[in-house]
Design a protein around this ligand. Structure first.
Ligand code: AMP
Length: 281
């Protein structure tokens, strides 16, 4: 199959979606920041399985970066990305010019309270406002009926689900499982920034999370498991573990035991790269 047509303006996008709506077709959107890997492609497949039409978006959203260097370093591989999408029969690749998303004078922020008061909401100030604002824009611009997000960014998935519900957006948000490399490392565009040595150490994060999860299943106290795992990660070469939390899957409240559906969440720095992961417990 051929790579999808790349659309860079809202007018071009609307030119496509209008006829799809007229034909009562469902439209799935997969929002991404590019540097596509098999995790993204699993969302594309989920969208293809459910929807008549599929739009993939690539937009490295400046509003969700709280660190200018991180934004500058973010990998950009548009031509490769378009090639990777060819086999899926995606209907459009929307790569908006920044002024198509944030035109001059843009003054609106979408902000979700509560869910964003913890974890990445604290460690990346402003990040979720950026995510919520851009997702709202992309949902309205694409007029999608369905949107597909990875559980890899579980807090983001909860934030987007909340905003769609709160704002009565006529879109169904679908969460899709985390895709991992063979050694357990969750796929992430930022993995491209890891040195060879850091890449060999990175799977330790998931390994330690699994160790904590099996300790919990065996009834061991979370606090002890958490301290030991953080200690081992820091000895391995992780420079900072920002959090290793046990939280309720729905409202993200802290738990000290998995007494209701729970997840273990982690964020840690390795060789200048921030890795995040989460697993169900
Ligand atoms: P990003 O390009 O990092 O903003 O991610 C775009 C979408 O892909 C988000 O919904 C992510 O949660 C999802 N995603 C990223 N990595 C993975 C993965 N390893 N498995 C499944 N989904 C992922």
């Amino acid at each position: 199959m051929t790579p999808p047509p790349i659309l860079r303006t809202l007018a071009d996008l609307r030119g496509k979606t209008r006829s799809w709506h007229d034909a009562h077709e469902t439209i799935g959107v997969v929002p991404t920041m590019g540097a596509l890997h098999d995790g993204h492609l699993s969302l594309v497949q989920a969208a293809k399985d459910r929807c008549d039409r599929v739009i993939v978006t690539i937009f490295v959203n400046p509003k969700q970066f709280n660190n200018a260097q991180d934004l500058a370093n973010y990998p950009r591989t548009e031509q490769d990305d378009a090639r990777k999408l060819a086999r899926f029969g995606v209907d459009a690749l929307y790569v908006p010019d920044p002024d198509q998303v944030y035109p001059s004078g843009f003054a609106t922020t979408v902000s979700v309270a509560g869910l964003t008061d913890v974890m990445d909401g604290i460690h990346r100030p402003g990040h979720f406002d950026g995510v919520a604002t851009v997702c709202t824009k992309l949902f309205t611009q694409t007029t999608a009926t369905d949107a597909f997000f990875g559980e890899k960014d579980f807090q983001q998935l909860q934030v987007v689900t909340r905003l769609a519900r709160d704002l009565d957006l006529q879109i169904t948000i679908h969460g899709c499982p985390t895709i991992r490399d063979i050694d357990g490392l969750a796929l992430s565009s930022r993995n491209l920034l890891l040195s060879d040595r850091a890449r060999t150490l990175a799977p330790r994060l998931f390994e330690e999370m699994e160790t904590v999860a099996s300790g919990l299943n065996a009834g061991q106290p979370f606090g002890e498991l958490q301290r030991a795992a953080i200690d081992r990660l820091e000895k391995t070469g992780f420079t900072k573990v920002e959090y290793l939390d046990l939280r309720a899957a729905d409202d993200l409240h802290l738990l000290d035991a998995p007494t209701r559906p729970a997840r273990l969440f982690a964020a840690a720095w390795l060789a200048g790269v921030r890795l995040i992961d989460n697993i169900a417990v």
